[in-house]
Write a protein that binds this ligand. Structure first.
Ligand code: ATP
Ligand code: MG
Length: 186
């Protein structure tokens, strides 16, 4: 299994300077805090690294994701996600980290609207990031793992099976999640 160990935000939205958020629980973390304290911005930081468009990150353009407040206006923002593979132990709440499985994916946005990605600190293209994440069973293109506000209802309202080309049904959705619609790689 894969877990997000922590997330490093640097000048991202309400986060000024560098902050490391985590470590997260391997299967359940809730983020609490007063209104406007940056809970949704943390989720936005994940969406940013996963390559979502600015509009999906509650912003009109990427450059506006860079922190801006009185007298503070950095040139760029960066978010780094630390992933590691784990094996669950028999005892509840215990797991083993797969040796050498730690890796990072980062994305930066610049004032001029440019954006760049890196894998383990080395510059990479978006498709290389997608390929790296596919290795650990995260399929960004057919995202089924990030369920955002408002999407719960949409999922609950799904028809049982696909009835037209543009809309998937519950069966297709679940098959996608468990992977039974994919050809085994052996
Ligand atoms: P709620 O409980 O209301 O959902 P929240 O904890 O989810 O609150 P966020 O939406 O994460 O809050 O944070 C909102 C705050 O982030 C606002 O105060 C907003 O001004 C600030 N913010 C967003 N973008 C930037 C930016 N580029 N620079 C500085 N602050 C920003
Ligand atoms: Mg919020």
């Amino acid at each position: 299994r894969l877990m997000i160990l922590n997330v490093e935000v640097n000048n991202f939205k309400s986060y000024y300077g560098k902050a490391s958020i985590g470590p997260f629980h391997r299967s359940f973390t809730s983020i609490i805090g007063p209104n406007g304290s940056g809970k949704s911005n943390l989720i936005d930081s994940l969406l940013f690294v996963f390559g979502f468009r600015a509009s999906k990150i509650r912003s009109d353009k990427l450059a506006n994701l860079i922190h801006k407040s009185a007298g503070r206006q950095p040139d760029s923002c960066t978010v780094t996600i630390y992933f590691q593979r784990i094996v669950d132990a028999i005892q509840p709440d215990q797991y083993r980290v797969v040796p050498n499985s730690l890796f990072t994916i980062a994305r930066t946005a610049y004032k001029n609207g440019n954006t760049s990605y890196s894998i383990d600190g080395r510059a990479a293209s978006k498709s290389e990031v997608e390929a790296r994440l596919r290795l650990v069973d995260i399929d960004i293109e057919h995202n089924r793992f990030l369920i955002l506000q408002g999407e719960v209802e949409q999922i609950a309202m799904m028809k049982p099976v696909r009835t037209n080309k543009n809309e998937i049904g519950m069966v297709e959705y679940l098959e996608d999640i468990v992977g039974s619609n994919r050809i085994a790689p052996f």
